[in-house]
Ligand binder design. Structure first.
Ligand code: SAM
Length: 271
């Protein structure tokens, strides 16, 4: 049987055709395949890898631009390991800021009822529930696969009794919340995305011709429902359009936030 050193060499070569960091990705995949950690990989060059053909099928999927997280079915968010499934958006690190901003709003208002539109794998609602055990959350999504994955994650973190998941659009059929949070699809249909991103569900990525259509619907919904506060993630180039929308709709109490790269990344609105 081939050993770790040989398998890493062969898989790095295969990956070098399509990924930026082939050695690192080969290690991540092999680590998951043999269920060991990086230290084991580095210190056990001669360890024999079983079912190498099966492992090389994983590598081939990655060469064909399947997101790494869909292959390992794991994603790190807020320093925790969540389950992720093909067909559900892979959570991005910048969304951790939205969790923090929303948690601040909830604490500031002493709110108990929260809703999330477009929960995906459930990471936002689950993290809020872990940070603030006193709150109840209703989380919606139009994707059955997303709701299924979010429920698995809620069980994994023991918060399934504090979050209700609904297969519905926006907040249809849900009681108005005190605080509303969303990281909706906000990319413009005109945007050119990398191949591996295009392997994620388009209904989770694209918000319309401009991209910010769903964000604007959510702002109007939050206004109509008289929520105490709304927090949303948005595209780095959408600040001006959202700002004009607030002004056109006579909404005065809003602020924007940036991500760690200094890019405009989201907004909060208070009722
Ligand atoms: C950008 S993803 C965010 C997923 C997750 N909250 C996160 O931050 O990783 C947007 C999610 O919104 C869902 N979605 C799209 N249109 C929706 C709608 N009308 N109502 C509810 N959810 C919707 C998509 O299925 C997708 O899961």
């Amino acid at each position: 049987m081939p050993c770790i050193k040989e398998v890493l060499h062969q898989s790095s070569l295969m990956l070098s055709k399509s990924v930026k960091n082939p050695k690192k990705e080969a290690m991540i995949l092999l680590r998951e395949w043999i269920r060991k950690d990086d230290v084991f990989l580095i210190t056990h060059d001669d360890f024999e890898v079983s079912d190498v053909d099966g492992f090389l099928k994983w590598v081939k999927q990655r060469v064909e631009h399947t997101p790494l997280e869909y292959i390992t079915q794991k994603v790190s968010f807020y320093s925790k390991e969540f389950i992720i499934k093909e067909g559900v958006l892979v959570p991005r690190p910048e969304t951790e800021i939205l969790v923090d901003k929303t948690a601040e709003l909830i604490k500031g208002f002493g709110a108990k009822n929260v809703a999330e539109i477009g929960t995906g794998s459930g990471v936002i609602s689950i993290m809020l529930s872990l940070l603030l055990p006193q709150i109840k959350i209703c989380a919606t999504d139009i994707s059955p696969k997303a709701i299924e994955t979010a429920k698995l994650n809620a069980q994994k973190f023991g918060v399934e009794n504090r979050i209700k998941f609904y297969l519905t659009s926006y907040l249809d059929g849900i009681e108005p919340p005190q605080i509303l949070v969303s990281n909706p699809p906000y990319i413009s249909k005109k945007e050119n995305l990398e191949k591996h991103v295009l392997n994620e569900p388009h209904s989770a990525l694209f918000g319309g011709e401009q991209g910010d259509e769903m964000l604007k619907d959510i702002i109007l919904l939050a206004k109509k429902l008289n929520v105490l506060a709304l927090a949303c993630e948005m595209g780095y180039d959408q600040k001006e359009s959202i700002k004009s929308f607030f002004e056109d709709n006579k909404i005065a109490n809003y602020s924007f936030y940036q991500d760690l790269s200094g890019l405009d990344r989201g907004f909060m609105m208070k009722g």
